[in-house]
Design a protein around this ligand. Structure first.
Ligand code: SAM
Length: 248
C-alpha cells in the first residue's frame, strides 16, 4: 500500500520549496494538482518528470476514490495546490479525510502558507489567531461574518482577492469601526512585497489612494479587541446589539 504526501509549494518565490518537497515530488508515482498546467511550470523549473493528475473542487469526490484505489494498489501520491499549503483555502480535505478513513498513511510536509507568512511579520499578537480563509462574497453574509469579530480578542487572518480588498476594508470600517487596527500583507515573497498597517480607515484611504495599492495578492489581518479595555468592549457591545437587530 502506498502513501499520500501533502506537499506545499511556493506562494510567489520559486526558491521557497524545500529539498524534501522536491525529493518527494520527484519520487512519487503521481502528483495530484489543482491546475496541472500551472503546476507543470513548477515541475519543469525543477526538472521533475512525475505524471500530473488534476484534483480540484469540482472533481475531488470522484478523484479521491480513484486516487485511493491507486494508493491501495501500491502507488505513492503527492498532493499539491497552485500555491502554498494544500487544504488551506485549497482542495484536498475530501481526499485526506477519505485516505485516513481507508487507513492510508498521510504524510504532511511543512512549507509555505500565506497566512502564517503574513502573520509572523505583521506586528500583531500571534499567541492566539483565528484563520477564516475567504470572507463570504455577498454583503449580508460578509457583514455577519465580520460582526463575529466585534468581541474577538485573537488576531483574525483572512485571504482576500484584489477585486474585493477595498470594499472589504470599507465593510470593516462599517462593521468593526474606523479605529480597528488592521494589517494588509501584499505580494508576499514577491518583488513588490508590502505590509501596510493602521486603522481600518487609514488602510481604506491607502487602498483608494492608488490603483496599484489594490493589485496583487492579499492577506488581511484584523487585530483582536483588547479585552480589558472596557471602553472598547462597550462600544463593540453596542454595535453588536445594533447589528443583531438587523440579522434575520
Ligand atoms: N493554500 C494557500 C496558502 O497556503 O496560503 C492559499 C490558497 S488561496 C486559494 C489563495 C489566496 O491566498 C490568495 O487569494 C491570497 O489571499 C493568499 N495568498 C496567496 N499567495 C499570496 C502571496 N504571495 N501574498 C499574499 N497573499 C497570498
Amino acid at each position: 500500500i502506498g502513501k499520500l504526501y501533502i506537499v506545499p509549494t511556493p506562494i510567489g518565490n520559486l526558491a521557497d520549496i524545500s529539498h524534501r518537497a522536491l525529493a518527494i515530488l520527484a519520487e512519487v508515482d503521481l502528483i495530484a494538482a489543482e491546475d496541472t498546467r500551472h503546476s507543470l511550470k513548477l515541475l519543469q523549473h525543477y526538472d521533475i518528470q512525475t505524471r500530473l493528475i488534476s484534483l480540484h473542487d469540482h472533481n475531488e469526490a470522484q478523484r479521491a476514490l480513484e486516487l485511493i484505489n491507486k494508493i491501495q494498489q501500491g502507488l505513492n501520491v503527492a498532493l499539491i495546490s497552485d500555491a502554498g499549503t494544500p487544504l488551506i483555502s485549497d482542495p484536498g480535505y475530501g481526499l485526506v479525510n477519505q485516505c485516513r478513513a481507508a487507513n492510508i498513511t498521510v504524510i504532511p510536509l511543512p512549507g509555505p502558507c500565506a497566512a502564517t507568512t503574513a502573520l509572523c511579520a505583521a506586528g500583531l499578537p500571534t499567541d492566539r489567531f483565528r484563520f477564516e480563509g475567504f470572507l463570504p462574497v455577498k454583503m449580508q453574509a460578509k457583514h455577519q461574518a465580520l460582526a463575529t469579530l466585534l468581541l474577538e480578542s485573537a488576531t483574525s487572518v483572512f485571504y482576500e482577492s484584489p477585486r474585493r480588498i477595498a470594499q472589504t476594508v470599507a465593510d470593516i470600517v462599517e462593521v468593526l469601526g474606523a479605529e480597528r487596527e488592521i494589517v494588509l500583507a501584499k505580494e508576499l515573497t514577491k518583488t513588490f512585497e508590502t505590509f501596510y498597517s493602521g486603522t481600518a480607515a487609514d488602510c481604506h484611504t491607502w487602498l483608494e489612494a492608488d490603483p496599484n495599492h489594490q493589485r496583487g495578492e492579499f492577506v488581511l489581518m484584523i487585530s483582536g479587541v483588547k479585552v480589558n479595555q472596557s471602553e472598547v468592549s462597550s462600544e463593540a457591545m453596542a454595535l453588536l446589539t445594533l447589528l443583531m437587530k438587523e440579522l434575520p
